[in-house]
Design a protein around this ligand. Structure first.
Ligand code: SAM
Ligand code: GLN
Length: 285
């Protein structure tokens, strides 16, 4: 029987993924094998000649099968790095995207003093927990409609030692905030669902077939949730409070128009992502 070395497996899997039109075949092969052998990609490179035994091979075969069914790598490894922190993820939550780090970094640049902050639609907790880590003196609330997502977020808050400083609430957008003794905030942040149901067919299969629908879609034009957030946020902001939102690649103009149509907002600025797309909108009272 053939002995498979690490390098043989990487090469075979890369070619197999290529044939199945997986967009980053070599990277995915390395991430999955590294996950299985509990090695970083660097350690894997230093172990190219190492033989891989039968037990690991059959598990690897299973991972490969799920990957060619377009299961995202992060759901297979249960890890995703965000703001240099390691988040547990599974199919109950959207996998945090690098674009969302721009939202977090914008807030970090604007706000150093202690404040009250709420993350609407927290998913795995990426945004709120990043502040739990970087700003230990902030009062943090995170909400989601999905109880499944909140379970994942709570687990991540424990891992990142901020469970005692972060309050999780379940419900529809601002509704759960009304239960709080103080429902006014200095910051409201959200990466809401913003994909239009019109655009389903343009999404990569990984996203369309595996990530939660509730995390992605917001009506035909993708703006249903953003419209509600922009309209209602001023009632939940302190004077000079700020609303920061991630938006879709074609939503900058409609979202700025929505903000301008609400007299409560005094300023509005737009921040581009690394691809030059207007990705984050910051509106201030
Ligand atoms: N904040 C996370 C991130 O950036 O990775 C997750 C963002 S995901 C695009 C949107 C999240 O909003 C999902 O977790 C979804 O469950 C939640 N959501 C969708 N509709 C909602 C609603 N009406 N009220 C509260 N949360 C909602
Ligand atoms: N940016 C996500 C995508 O890749 C969508 C996330 C969202 O709707 N907030 O489709």
């Amino acid at each position: 029987m053939k002995t498979w070395r690490v390098i043989d497996l990487i090469e075979w899997t890369t070619e197999y993924f290529e044939r199945h039109e997986i967009p980053t075949p070599r990277l995915d092969a390395e991430l999955l094998l590294g996950h299985l052998l509990q090695k970083s990609r660097l350690q894997l490179y230093l172990s190219f000649e190492m033989p891989v035994f039968q037990g690991a091979l059959s598990k690897f075969r299973e991972l490969i099968k799920r990957r060619i069914a377009h299961t995202p790598v992060s759901y297979l490894t249960n890890h995703k790095e965000f703001m240099s922190l390691d988040f547990y993820v599974d199919s109950r939550v959207l996998i945090p995207r690098p674009e969302t780090e721009i939202l977090v970094e914008t807030v970090l640049q604007h706000q150093r003093e202690p404040c009250r902050f709420v993350d609407i639609g927290t998913g795995c907790g990426a945004i709120a927990i990043s502040f739990g880590h970087h700003r230990p003196d902030w009062e943090l609330i995170a909400t989601d409609f999905s109880t499944d997502a909140l379970e994942v977020a709570q687990q991540n808050a424990l891992t990142h030692n901020c469970a005692d400083r972060l309050t999780f609430l379940q419900g529809d957008l601002f509704e759960p905030l009304q239960e709080l003794p103080n429902s006014r905030f200095d910051w409201i942040a959200s990466n809401p669902p913003y994909v239009g149901t019109n655009e389903v067919s343009t999404l990569p299969l990984d996203v369309r077939e595996h990530e939660p629908e509730i995390a992605l879609f917001a009506g035909a034009d993708g703006l249903d949730i953003i419209r509600r957030i922009v309209t209602d946020a001023p009632q939940f902001l302190n004077s000079e409070g700020k609303l920061i939102l991630e938006i879709g690649y074609n939503q900058s103009h409609p979202v700025q128009d929505l903000i301008k149509s609400q007299p409560a907002y005094k300023h509005c600025e737009v921040i581009k992502d690394y691809a030059g797309i207007e990705r984050v909108v910051l509106a201030s009272l």
